[in-house]
Design a protein around this ligand. Structure first.
Ligand SMILES: CC(C)(COP(=O)(O)OP(=O)(O)OC[C@H]1O[C@@H](n2cnc3c(N)ncnc32)[C@H](O)[C@@H]1OP(=O)(O)O)[C@@H](O)C(=O)NCCC(=O)NCCS
Length: 125
């Protein structure tokens, strides 16, 4: 069974089968690490039962919560040639959309709490 799980630093040593493809861009290690550090929930990998990496999606949250322009962004989506046309990319996109919606809701909630806290503290002084 295919498992969808969080991408980890170690996966950078095992994803050549996916990235050795002329249409897939390979970035420098710091670029991937920056995404792992800032938006770990937006970096998902599909793993085959034998442990081989099948594909991954890497994204981030961007925009402004205050202006209600918060949204998810897909930076890379790639599936190894031998695992294509199985619906894996569609599944990874679906998952990223769900994560993005949850992230947006929680960010907006945090933003509201901060405003309430700031308003309450400035009223007290
Ligand atoms: C594009 C890519 C991610 C698709 O992965 P995949 O797992 O084979 O895609 P899926 O099986 O989930 O297919 C999703 C949809 O795209 C369509 N599709 C997939 N590959 C296609 C192709 N080569 N030509 C036309 N349509 C294609 C499928 O038919 C499907 O459409 P449907 O839902 O209407 O049937 C994969 O081919 C890839 O990694 N390409 C190289 C990297 C790349 O171009 N990434 C995108 C830019 S970051």
């Amino acid at each position: 069974m295919t498992s969808l799980r969080a991408f980890t630093c170690d996966d950078l040593f095992c994803f050549n089968n996916i990235n050795l493809d002329p249409l897939t861009e390979t970035y420098g290690i710091p670029f991937y690490l920056q995404y792992l550090a800032h938006w770990p929930e937006y970096f998902i990998v599909a793993e085959a039962p034998g442990g081989e990496l099948m594909g991954y999606i890497m994204g981030k949250a961007e925009g402004s919560v205050a202006r209600e322009e918060w949204h998810g962004h897909v930076t890379a989506l790639s599936v190894a040639p031998e695992f294509r046309r199985l619906g894996l990319a569609a599944k990874l996109m679906e998952l990223l959309e769900e994560i993005s919606e949850r992230y947006e809701e929680s960010s907006f909630q945090r933003y509201r709490e901060e405003i309430d806290y700031t308003t309450a503290s400035s009223c007290e002084t």
